[in-house]
Design a protein around this ligand. Sequence first.
Ligand code: GDP
Length: 387
Amino acid sequence: MKLAMIGFGQAGGKIVDKFVEYDRETGSNVVRSAIAVNTAKADLAGLEHVPERNRVLIGQARVKGHGVGADNELGAEIAEEDIDEIQGAIDHVPVHEVDAFLVVAGMGGGTGSGGAPVLAGHLKRIYTEPVYGLGVLPAEDEGGIYTLNAARSFKTFVDEVDNLLVFDNDAWRETGESVRGGYDRINEEIVRRFGILFSAGEVQEGQEVAESVVDSSEIINTLSCGGVSTVGYATEEVETAGGGLLGRFSETDLDATETTNRITSLVRKAALGRLTLPCEVRSTDRSLVVMSGPNDHLNRKGIERGRKWLENETASMEVRGGDYPMSGTDRVAAVTLLSGVTDVPRIKDLQSVAVETKDNLEDIEEESEENLESLVRDESDELEALF
Ligand code: GDP
């Protein structure tokens, strides 16, 4: 599947940057265009793989290249005001060659949190291609403001995109890790999962043709139920025949039952293990299984069994599946896309913390207004202001 990716804000830009790197390393040809949009000049300068001409600095008149802090209302306003500048970069995207747009942002901050939903709505009005969002939830310990921002952005973003793929930083943080080191690792996890998912349907150069290929239309169909999606992933190392004469015989030598069992067990691990957004698997509307790995370690029977298992687990008839053979790897991996999930306790928790924060902020604001008033006014209110 070919995507035009737009990273909004710092997290969005860094994740798109990583996608470009992954695309080059694996030759997967998924990222047809990569654009980064930000109100902070320094964040754009820190990117390594998004081409310079595709880095768009917005809001210069308002914030002079210094970012919006964590003010996502300002982020949204600036995106509205400067939408033509963003469109200027999108005008260079060969839209007839892309299957969809992917707008990526951290939902807890300001620029991406406010701007990404504005851009998604704009793209939907202009283009017929689907517009997907990849939204990152903040970790719980980032604090109330980030949670409030994320809850409001989530509500807005879901409405503006054809499907919102969610990644929850909280489910992926590890204790004792520096913030920067943590994000680098987390971004790799993000890109690996979504990379394999979106690579399906793209044939690499010199790649063998899959037995049951996943086409980009199957990804689109899975996502077309709308709402919120989450992705699971599991992988296992396998012995490869190492080419040469041995390579030719490897297919017949491999134990087909072992291959089938490995695939079904990986599908199970992917769906029941750590998802990008933890949720009740049973609340899934549509799903997709993609198996990747060396061609001789993939088979139709395994995928069919994995698909049937997921059908049962999600209580849904709409389970698609296929393989994506990759050369030069000794790992077999399963990616499960669970689309239109509705039972997500993490979102409910996020919303209740957000409401609490909003109430607290209102109380604090009211109190400080009263305090200022009593400071400025003399006791008997005799002094008059000049004007
Ligand atoms: P913005 O530049 O104003 O859009 O805000 P940021 O993107 O810097 O931060 C928004 C949120 O994204 C933060 O609260 C973090 O939860 C998250 N975040 C920031 N940087 C990264 C990153 O590199 N990777 C991931 N996964 N999350 C990030």
